[in-house]
Write a protein that binds this ligand. Structure first.
Ligand code: HDE
Length: 736
């Protein structure tokens, strides 16, 4: 990063490009430029042609307030009235324009995946897939601009980020051959095997239709009623109940195309593939209490994390990889039906082969224009990438365009700047709401002679998208599925058996919590019947929590080989962009050295002091443990002036009575400890550890002479994400 790009004071999150004055500025000047970390969509024309225009031309210009038509205004605070105390005049165009536009600012939110955050980036192809796909973006060295939107599924636009849910991971590749959208999730399987059931699963997961509660949650009767009756949802539900349902960060999630795709090479040869995104930072999760606190304290936790990391220069990266399978007539691999989206192919039997690297390097410059208006579609394919007969995928091919027409107000949404292709467009689609192309000619039809016969159809040699001419199985018309789709439990058991002890604890706790939040006992009992078909110990643990009898399994329980790739534990990963809280005694305490050391390690230091002041990012009143990945204790601050429950309910008077340390600091440390976060003390900071009964040298708790030494230890622990030794196993499990 150049110094021009460095966030102000090295702390991301400044609202604007320059610090504001205290007094309102009155001297006219042009709009400020965007922040260094921000970028808008490329400035192509609505018909996909490069214009070479400066992106600033899409932004507003001029120092003076105007109407939408560009007429300058002298007042925007008073309506035009018949005298200072008189009625408002209908003539007031400015009033009407301002209010009318405001009245229409909202558009319908997405029916699913309404809550999201996005970033711009680039995909660089290794060329390793060129052998199996003729797609230009997979050719060696090809660099393709991308826009990625991450999302939760169930919640409304304003819901919290850290709820237990599947996450969307949708990537728009602006390739030279047209837009390719890889619209995936962070979980490799789905609740249903056929798109016709999508309204059912979503209606069950959304809030109850009578009271419209709970928001953005699966812990309620209708969800569990459905997934326990409709047992093909078992495996996806288990993923949701695992730590995958509560990611630490969008930057630390895997992405999956879910369906099997068909790649087509230059000679027309085909290969079946499953797409995987592998995050360079590893796959990490929150712990449930942390997720719940974050949902209240910082509902924008994931959105902020992504934007801050990019602003701080910690640009997240994912490797795109494919599992490849021969395109055989039965479309099976090692007994696994590749057309069944409720099944994975374990990476141990079909390794993920890297094909390129994606780097997200810029934040959007406007949420609505970009993140909200982006429109993905599973059918946006390019030559070399084709679909399969997966009945879930086939229904999606219809749904995505259809939903945009309502959401984005008509059929011309591909012309919105964020959706514009970078390949020239010559369609025969005309008119419609918000048409921004200015078409020429008189013959938007084929065949024609009046426009010289243009547009012409292309062939394979001129880059046409030609569907792979695969055989369609000769059969009868039926509403049915293959017999292999009836196995709903064996891969759930494979997943359970692949988990380490702490991961199993989290799963058992999640089921106990979610089923425990249901009102109806019948639903809980049915939930236990499903668990009995996954694992006896899991079922017994949850049954004990629910206070219900343990049912017998109704299917034979096999003992499949565990798939270590499914576990999130046991490795060491980069810590770029992780947040370190540094607790000081007062705003004046000099921790410049340790701050610099945190920055030098590509992490973000946040100084936490009793009150605000220069160089302080959080106070004891504003800080909460969930925003820090680890804590450095540089002092043992006494109770601050606001350390009283009347001022701050977190200031537990009982804690204050037994120590002379501010009770909010004690809460910070005990919560961070409970959530498995590394704690490093230096100087008087060791007194805080003693006050909460933690011994230096205990699991993930270190005391050192200097901040640099303590940071070194903490960073080493953070590479494993959490201090897993703090969670002694109660259940069995594969060793980490
Ligand atoms: Fe989607 N899905 N979906 N979905 N989906 C939508 O499209 C749909 C499915 C996914 O950030 C909608 O533009 C059907 C699987 C993501 O804008 C809608 C079925 C997977 C996003 C829709 C599925 C996904 C969506 C809502 C059953 C993972 C957010 C708004 C066959 C592979 C994209 C919109 C973004 C969004 C339909 C199942 C991923 C209604 C009918 C499986 C990441 O068209």
């Amino acid at each position: 990063m150049s110094s021009k790009d460095t966030p102000r004071d090295n702390i991301p999150g400044a609202p604007g490009v320059e610090p504001p004055p205290v007094d309102e500025p009155t001297r006219p000047r042009d709009p400020l430029p965007p922040k260094a970390d921000q970028r808008g969509p490329a400035t192509g024309s609505p018909t996909g042609q490069p214009t070479g225009a400066d992106p600033a031309t899409a932004a507003q210009a001029g120092a003076y307030l105007t109407t939408a038509q560009g007429a300058r205004l002298y007042d925007t605070d008073h309506s035009l009235k018949a005298g200072p105390r008189g009625p408002v005049l209908l003539q007031d165009h400015h009033l009407r324009e301002k209010i009318t536009h405001f009245d229409h600012e909202r558009i319908p939110e997405r029916v699913v995946h309404a809550r999201g955050a996005a970033a711009h980036g680039v995909f660089e192809s290794y060329g390793t897939a060129a052998r199996i796909s003729r797609a230009a973006f997979l050719a060696e060295g090809a660099r393709t601009p991308v826009f990625v939107r991450f999302s939760t599924v169930l919640g409304s636009r304003g819901s919290a980020d850290t709820v237990r849910d599947t996450r969307g991971f949708a990537t728009k590749f602006y390739t030279s051959e047209g837009v390719f959208d890889l619209v995936g999730n962070n979980i490799p399987v789905f609740f249903i095997q056929d798109a016709i059931k999508f309204p059912d699963v979503i209606h069950a997961g959304k809030p109850h239709p009578d009271r419209e509660i709970p928001q953005a949650q699966s812990a309620h009767d209708t969800f569990w009623d459905f997934v326990t009756l409709h047992t093909e949802a078992t495996f996806h539900t288990l993923w949701n109940m695992s730590d995958r349902g509560i990611p630490r960060s969008f930057r630390m999630m895997e992405g999956f195309g879910v369906h099997t795709f068909r790649l087509v090479d230059a000679e027309g040869g085909t290969t079946l593939v499953k797409f995987h995104w592998k995050p360079k930072l590893g796959v990490h999760s929150l712990v449930w209490e942390e997720a719940q606190i974050a949902a209240g304290v910082d509902p924008d936790f994931h959105r902020r994390d992504l934007a801050d990391a990019i602003e701080a220069g910690a640009h997240p990266q994912w490797e795109l990889g494919v599992q490849t399978f021969p395109d055989t007539e039965d479309q099976m691999f090692e007994g696994i039906d590749l057309l069944d989206p409720t099944k994975i192919v374990p990476e141990e039997i079909a390794p993920v082969q890297p094909v390129g690297l994606m780097t997200l390097d810029a934040n959007p410059s406007n949420y609505f224009a970009e993140t909200e208006q982006v429109a993905f579609h599973v059918g946006n394919l390019v030559p070399g990438v084709d679909v399969t007969n997966d009945a879930l995928m086939q229904g999606r091919l219809f749904s995505y365009v259809d939903t945009q027409i309502t959401r984005l107000g008509g059929p011309n949404f591909p012309q919105l700047p964020i959706n514009r292709t970078h390949a020239p467009v010559n369609d025969m689609l005309r008119d419609g709401m918000h048409q921004t192309a200015v078409h020429r000619g008189v013959a938007p039809y084929r065949p024609n002679s009046l426009d010289g016969g243009c547009p012409f159809t292309a062939g394979a040699d001129t880059g046409a998208y030609i569907e792979a001419p695969v055989e369609v199985p000769a059969s009868r018309k039926v509403r049915d599925a293959a017999a292999s789709f009836d196995d709903h439990f064996s891969q759930a058991r494979l997943f359970w058996r692949s988990m380490t002890p702490p991961e199993r604890e989290h799963i058992a706790a999640a089921y106990t919590f979610e089923l425990g939040k249901c009102y109806e006992n019948a639903v809980k009992e049915r939930g236990l019947r499903v668990l009995a078909n996954i694992d006896g110990e899991l079922c017994r643990t949850v049954a004990a929590g629910l206070g219900l009898p343990v049912p017998e399994p109704t299917v034979p329980l096999a003992d499949p080989e565990p798939s270590p790739a499914l576990s999130q534990l046991g490795g060491r990963w980069p810590t770029d962009g992780r947040v370190i809280g540094i607790v000081v005694a007062d705003a004046g305490q000099d921790v410049a050295d340790v701050r610099q050391a945190v920055l030098a390690a590509d992490m973000v230091p946040l100084v936490v002091a009793p009150t605000g002041g220069p160089g302080v990012q959080r106070t004891f009143a504003t800080a909460r443990s969930i925003e820090f990945d680890a804590l450095l204790l540089a002092a043992a601050p006494g109770p601050a002036a606001d350390a009283a429950p009347a001022r701050d309910a977190k200031a537990d008077p009982e804690a204050a009575a037994v120590t002379d340390i501010d009770p909010r600091v004690l809460l910070l440390v005990t919560e961070a400890y409970r959530h498995g976060k590394p704690l490093g003390a230096f100087g008087e900071g060791s007194d805080v550890l003693a006050a909460v009964g933690l011994a230096a040298g205990g699991a993930g708790v270190v005391a050192r002479d200097t901040g640099a030494e303590a940071l070194g230890q903490v960073a080493g622990l953070l590479a494993e994400h959490r201090v897993w030794d703090r969670f002694p196993p109660l259940l069995g499990g594969s060793p980490a």
